[in-house]
Design a protein around this ligand. Structure first.
Ligand code: TXA
Ligand code: MG
Length: 320
């Protein structure tokens, strides 16, 4: 069983010995291992039950440390790094030979991020290797935003979870890549498109495919609760289920049709950051309530509302 604690030195020793551990980040908790140790990387895939065609993000503590594992750092990438690191932004950069194909699933780019959580930054600074870390959830399930979430699902398979409290951003990092002159957002996340465009101008966005490893991370069914989730179909859902068997996930609205204790309101004040922070914990709560189905409402398509809607839409896709 995992120990849940705040002892960075213990985690450092475990990671140096090739073990994996849960680590806090400002976005979601990660399942970390030495990115330069193939056995540790394989352990990550197996603990998460993740297919090896889905590459991992490499986490480090400083922009200068990134140069050890990338071949180049395009100007726009550098501008974004300067603006948003440490923070919820992942950059796809040309990988150097230091990074094995296991980490990148054979792609010639490596996903790199400097997270802003102080415990994890301290841990990364104490190590002489970067950490490969996917979100610390079983493949396909909702990402964890607390040490307890990690323990509930992976606790029996890992030795230690570094407890950094509740993740402050609450949704994963935004993933940005560069092709020629173009900047492409591959995954919406904790850094909004508006903020990115404010630094480097217009960006393109990748449309999600169902299972194309060339656009990894874009598997449509993701972040999924186990209960069926329907978007904006309350009146239809009420025809099929008694109201006390329906739970809801809304931005700011209270729904008079449903029992109050089955409703999760992301932000009564309609604040996007607050909504993002609560999203995954609320999805988990809805999954454990005595209900049969979840009714979800989308947020306005702006700011972090876009990334939140992306997670809600994927939660509604089943069986892909
Ligand atoms: O906020 C986050 O990014 C969290 C924390 C722990 O840092 N990590 C995270 O990792 O969300 P993960 O593995 O759950 O999602 C990373 C996504 C995957 O969907 C993967 O396909 C994509 O990043 N990815 C990794 N390397 C890539 C690459 N070279 N090209 C395209 N996509 C890549
Ligand atoms: Mg994930």
């Amino acid at each position: 069983m995992a120990i849940i604690g705040t002892d960075i030195l213990t985690v450092k020793k475990l990671l140096e010995a090739g073990e994996v551990a849960g680590i806090p980040t400002e976005t979601v908790y990660g399942l970390a291992g030495n990115a330069f140790d193939d056995d540790a990387v394989l352990k990550i895939f197996s603990v998460k039950n993740r297919p090896q065609f889905d590459p991992l993000i490499v986490h480090t503590h400083s922009i200068s440390a990134v140069s050890a594992f990338v071949r180049s750092f395009p100007k726009k990438a550098r501008q974004l790094a300067d603006a948003f690191w440490p923070g919820p932004l992942t950059l796809l950069l040309p990988k150097s030979d230091a990074v094995s194909d296991l980490v990148t699933s054979g792609l010639d780019t490596v996903a790199v991020r400097i997270p802003s959580h102080p415990l994890t930054l301290a841990l990364l600074s104490s190590l002489d290797f970067p950490l490969a870390a996917p979100s610390a959830n079983p493949f396909g399930y909702i990402s964890p935003t607390s040490a307890l979430h990690v323990d509930q699902q992976l606790g029996s398979k890992i030795p230690y979870i570094l407890n950094g409290g509740e993740s402050q951003v609450g949704i994963e990092s935004t993933i940005v890549g560069f092709e020629g002159e173009e900047t492409i957002v591959y995954r919406l996340g904790g850094t909004s498109i508006e903020a990115i465009e404010g630094i480097i101008g217009p960006v393109a966005q990748v449309v999600h495919s169902t299972s194309n490893p060339k656009a990894p991370g874009m598997l449509k069914s993701h972040y999924a609760p186990r209960k069926p989730l329907f978007i904006n179909q309350l009146s239809e859902t009420l025809k099929c289920y008694p109201s006390d068997k329906i739970g809801s996930l809304t931005f700011e609205n209270v729904l008079p049709e449903l029992p109050v204790d089955h409703q999760r309101i992301l932000s009564p004040a309609a604040n996007y950051a607050e909504a993002a922070k609560r999203l995954f914990a609320y999805m988990r709560q809805l999954d454990t309530l005595p209900i049969d189905v979840i009714h979800a409402e989308l947020l306005p398509e702006k700011d972090l509302g876009r990334a939140i809607n992306d997670r809600i839409r994927r939660a509604a896709v089943r069986g892909e």
